[in-house]
Design a protein around this ligand. Sequence first.
Ligand SMILES: Cc1cc2nc3c(=O)[nH]c(=O)nc-3n(C[C@H](O)[C@H](O)[C@H](O)COP(=O)(O)O)c2cc1C
Length: 246
Amino acid sequence: MKIVIIYGSPRKGNSYKATQIFKDEMNKLSEIEFVEYFLPKDMPNFCRGCNLCFVAGEDKCPDYNYTKPILEQMLLADALIFTTPVYVLQTSGCMKSFLDHFGFLFIVHRPRPEMFRKKAFVIASTVGAGIKDAIKTIATSLKFWGVNRVYSFGFATFGEDWDNMNIKKREKIISRIRKEARKFYQEVASGKIHYPYLYILLMFYIRKMIMKRFERESSLDRRYWTEKGWFTGENSPFRKLGGKAP
Ligand SMILES: Cc1cc2nc3c(=O)[nH]c(=O)nc-3n(C[C@H](O)[C@H](O)[C@H](O)COP(=O)(O)O)c2cc1C
């Protein structure tokens, strides 16, 4: 099993330490290849808003030298893990900037069929607040990439860093992380593909309708959809997922 991890902070603090426990627990169940990227080192630039990824192709992004290898690894992986500390009640800025660079993968643009088979897990830590929104920002992007299921775990430190934390409290967090890691491993190993998130499915069909009515034949998204057989309906990124997926 291969898993890509995107760390939303260079700090080897609470989120990092929790992630190491998650990794160790998964590794107990089978040998896993983890490919790790640290932000902002592995994506040091903000999205410039040039729109080139949308209209001319992701290879025209001024940061393509950063996005290309990461996307290649993510597409090859069986699962993805994203981590973030809560910063001002949200996901970290470098994580948001990372996600901005992959907007072209959204279901309404050029999602990759490989994503529709993947599971993802988001780990977040906070002193006390913001977990829900921080996780939601990441999970929303992943769902819009087509990722089949996104799971998460967030914990509050109440201001005590990992190593100084009350032992009982830390043990409780560790035990929960281990439990989540075992569940996630089983979920990924099962290869089970769940019915797509309904609003993602809906977005796909709405986008197709809009494309048919309003979009130039030469547009990049429309050419991509045509090439994949999604535009005519002869294929869909959900179709080959087994079960009752449309
Ligand atoms: C710039 C910054 C903003 C933060 N904002 C919040 C916040 O809004 N709410 C909160 O409860 N904790 C906040 N924190 C605390 C971190 O979320 C918390 O310490 C977290 O566990 C740090 O994760 P790390 O050790 O992986 O870096 C903030 C920390 C920093 C550095």
